[in-house]
Design a protein around this ligand. Structure first.
Ligand SMILES: NC(=O)C1=CN([C@@H]2O[C@H](COP(=O)(O)OP(=O)(O)OC[C@H]3O[C@@H](n4cnc5c(N)ncnc54)[C@H](OP(=O)(O)O)[C@@H]3O)[C@@H](O)[C@H]2O)C=CC1
Ligand SMILES: O=C(O)[C@@H]1CCC=N1
Length: 277
């Protein structure tokens, strides 16, 4: 494989666009990116935005790639993989799946068997170079291939390997789904501030800046989040009142339940899609 491989995305929706946007912003050559999907108008919009090559023909797209990133919904992955199997069995690219739940063994079977395959659980902030991805490789992947894929995902955020495929359920529940948790928090903060009489635009800017600032501080600080939280809580002050309200309302238990629900759904999808349910 050349140092700058051609990457083919099968499926060109939210997550593929976020990865492509992040890759281009980090200097990846648009001439080396292909994407396929059924709806030509969606592809043309993507081509205009990113100047990448597009086609409605998955097999043709697959044929172009040294690395093929499977980025369709898990529920249609079997049809898509079986369709491109004759092509990839011939060209033998490195396969990468970003689908939630779907296990490497199941994908390998649909693709005809014996191909190097990496599962990545990315997230949408990849678009702005702030992604967080967990990666797992099957036994057919070489160290050089692992490095290539890790360097792609490192260029758009953090990329961490897991040794055990089952750990990807936890990655999915934490960072794959995670951006939505923080967007929910932003929604809630904005509407609470609006109730307190703040104009919507001001509330949004202050809430976003506060979230970004807290994240940046947590990333850079030598203190853990509990200490950073205490540093904001003046005894007898305002923060204490808000934190006590969150704690007595069961926020920690709710977060625990939410992550468990996402984790269980990821496991359940793996079983359903492998035909074990
Ligand atoms: N969204 C997220 O935050 C994350 C998603 N993922 C995973 O990424 C994958 C994609 O999710 P997401 O991007 O959100 O989904 P989207 O619905 O946004 O995108 C799905 C894409 O697949 C295309 N598609 C549909 N049918 C076919 C087909 N037969 N052949 C080729 N392409 C097809 C759609 O094309 P068209 O528009 O033409 O219909 C669309 O471009 C999923 O497996 C999900 O688990 C992983 C981590 C995070
Ligand atoms: O909700 C989902 O199933 C996908 C996987 C992680 C984020 N979105």
């Amino acid at each position: 494989m050349s140092t700058s491989p051609t990457i083919s995305f099968i499926g060109a929706g939210n997550m593929a666009s976020a990865i492509i946007g992040g890759m281009l912003a980090s200097g990846f050559d648009a001439g080396r990116i292909w994407a396929s999907a059924p709806e030509d108008s969606h592809l043309q919009a993507l081509r205009k935005q990113f100047n990448i090559s597009v086609t409605t023909d998955n097999r043709y797209c697959a044929q172009q790639g040294d690395i093929i990133i499977l980025a369709v919904k898990p529920q249609i992955m079997a049809t898509v993989c079986r369709d491109i199997a004759p092509v990839v069995q011939n060209t033998r690219p490195l396969m990468v799946s970003i689908a939630a739940g779907l296990e490497a063994g199941t994908l390998d079977e649909w693709l005809g068997g014996g191909l190097p395959l990496i599962r990545v659980m990315p997230n949408t902030p990849s678009l702005v170079g702030k992604g967080a991805a967990g990666l797992y490789a099957n036994d057919d992947v070489s160290d050089a291939q692992k490095e290539t894929v890790a360097s792609i995902f490192s260029s758009i955020g953090s990329a961490l390997w897991v040794d055990d495929e089952a750990s990807l359920h936890a990655v999915t529940a934490l960072s794959g789904s995670g951006p939505a948790y923080f967007f929910l928090m932003l929604e809630a903060l904005e509407s609470a501030a609006a109730k307190a009489g703040m104009p919507a635009e001001t509330a949004r800017e202050l809430a976003i800046q506060t979230m970004a600032g807290a994240a940046e501080m947590a990333a850079r600080s030598e203190h853990d989040p509990a200490q950073l939280k205490r540093n904001v809580m003046s005894p007898g002050g305002t923060t204490e009142q808000a934190i006590n309200t969150f704690e007595s309302g069961g926020l920690r238990e709710l977060v625990d339940q939410a992550l468990q629900a996402a984790y269980r759904r990821s496991e359940e999808m793996a079983r359903e899609l492998a035909g074990k349910d």
